[in-house]
Design a protein around this ligand. Structure first.
Ligand SMILES: NC(=O)c1ccc[n+]([C@@H]2O[C@H](COP(=O)([O-])OP(=O)(O)OC[C@H]3O[C@@H](n4cnc5c(N)ncnc54)[C@H](O)[C@@H]3O)[C@@H](O)[C@H]2O)c1
Length: 400
């Protein structure tokens, strides 16, 4: 019998998501009788203890008789149970300094750490992620901020809705004013943004039309990497080459800064890549963008005026375009920034269900195999020791 425990999230601020919903737990136990799932009680989880009980999933405070423990966010080191196999987003593979104590606690407690982020298909695409719901909530919040800034319309908060269905219903009858939205990216986040565009009936136009025309109704254009980047010397774009050498490319976004009212940023970005525009561009009087939903959300990253995270409670801040000062939101002369790092937690029920579906499809069957290459590849620590693939983390995991 393989016993899986769903842990209570311990990280602050509290996260409401869970790896498997009550009905998904029941489905797994019905279809895989060799698996038993228990859940640690939680007062804040988006599916209540009662919902798990009603689905026949036992509540259990002490998870020491489980072999596998599943969470979402980083587990506070003092809550780690020794010698268990843990699945969660550890945010350690880039040696993130704030998670060094967590990594070292996992070593000390002989833990096997499997990171969801490292579970990938053969072609390297991630199996699990919350990007779609980050895109949905990010697009919603970006529009909400624009409505507040201009006083033209009012959107309720996504987290006040029971789920995406209720959020969708809140769009019935909404007629947005003419506005132009530039969307960047082509992954899960972008798919979520496009979902909101579709729900609100915002019209899709080409990048060329977007730059030239004005419209009497709201429009958007999607800019994929090929629309955004150009090799600095070859003056060309190739997807494979760009993914391998993104720093050799310059960005072509500048004309959109004088054509768009809202920017919804969903690109993949890493340090050293060209930003979408510079501080000098921002100070240009023709810079038209008033609201930026920076869902990619790297501080001073692809968007230079991302001055750090905002929160779900307080999702928007203003930035003075010339003095670069952080200011309260919705002032007339600022660009408003929506830079929340845990957007999917505004729709935790849908985000959890979607996550659990991927988990059931791709990961649960691997758990039942004698040997799984997929799991091996995602195992950062095996019984507290770095696996060869992650040996580059040596100083981070074992050092002082
Ligand atoms: N704010 C939030 O709450 C939140 C939540 C989830 C994701 N994000 C961020 O949003 C961004 C996009 O996430 P996503 O889920 O859409 O990602 P994804 O993996 O679904 O898509 C990434 C896309 O970028 C492309 N890409 C471009 N350059 C690449 C490169 N050098 N290497 C690999 N892929 C490259 C890939 O082809 C892929 O289509 C990420 O930076 C992610 O951290 C933010």
């Amino acid at each position: 019998m393989l016993k899986i425990g769903l842990i209570r999230e311990g990280k602050q601020p509290a996260d409401h998501r869970v790896a498997l919903t009550p009905s998904q737990c029941r489905w797994i136990m019905q279809h895989h009788p060799q698996i038993q799932i228990v859940v640690q009680p939680s007062a804040i989880r988006c599916y209540s203890d009662e919902e798990y009980q009603q689905a026949g999933i036992p509540l259990q405070e002490d998870l020491s008789n489980c072999q596998i423990l599943m969470g979402i966010k980083e587990v506070p080191p003092q809550q780690l149970l020794p010698e268990k196999t843990y699945f969660f987003f550890s945010h350690t593979k880039k040696k993130q300094p704030h998670n060094k104590p967590l990594m070292q606690a996992c070593v000390k407690k002989h833990i096997t750490l499997i990171d969801y982020e490292c579970l990938v298909h053969n072609d390297g695409q991630r199996m699990l992620g919350f990007g779609f719901f980050a895109g949905v909530v990010g697009a919603h919040n970006g529009l909400m901020a624009y409505g507040k800034k201009t006083g033209l319309f009012d959107f309720r908060r996504a987290y006040s809705c029971h789920d995406l269905q209720e959020l969708t219903e809140s769009y019935y009858g909404v007629k947005l004013p003419p506005l132009k939205i530039a969307i960047t990216g082509s992954g899960r986040v972008a798919a979520g943004i496009l979902e909101v565009m579709g729900l609100l009936g915002i019209k899709d136009i080409t990048p060329e039309e977007f730059l030239i025309n004005e419209y009497q109704y709201p429009v958007y254009t999607q800019l994929k990497a090929g629309d955004l980047y150009l090799h600095k010397t070859e003056r060309s774009y190739s997807r494979e080459h760009f993914h391998a050498h993104p720093k050799e490319y310059e960005c072509k976004f500048l004309p959109f800064t004088t054509a768009a009212d809202i920017l919804m940023n969903g690109i993949y970005w890493e340090q050293g890549m060209a930003p979408l525009f510079t501080w000098d561009d921002l100070c240009n009087p023709h810079f038209r963008i008033r609201v930026i939903a920076d869902i990619t959300n790297d501080r001073e990253g692809s968007i230079p005026c991302n001055l750090g995270d905002s929160t779900i409670e307080d999702p928007v801040y203003g930035v003075d375009r010339c003095t670069r000062q952080k200011l309260p939101p919705y002032l007339p002369h600022t660009v408003d920034m929506m830079c929340v790092g845990n957007l999917p937690d505004e729709l935790p029920r849908d985000a959890s269900r979607y996550f659990g579906e991927q988990l059931i499809k791709y990961v649960i069957p691997e758990l039942l195999q004698e040997k799984s290459v997929i799991l091996e590849k995602a195992t950062i620590l095996l019984n507290g020791k770095l696996t060869p693939r992650f040996s580059y983390l040596e100083d981070y995991a074992y050092g002082s």
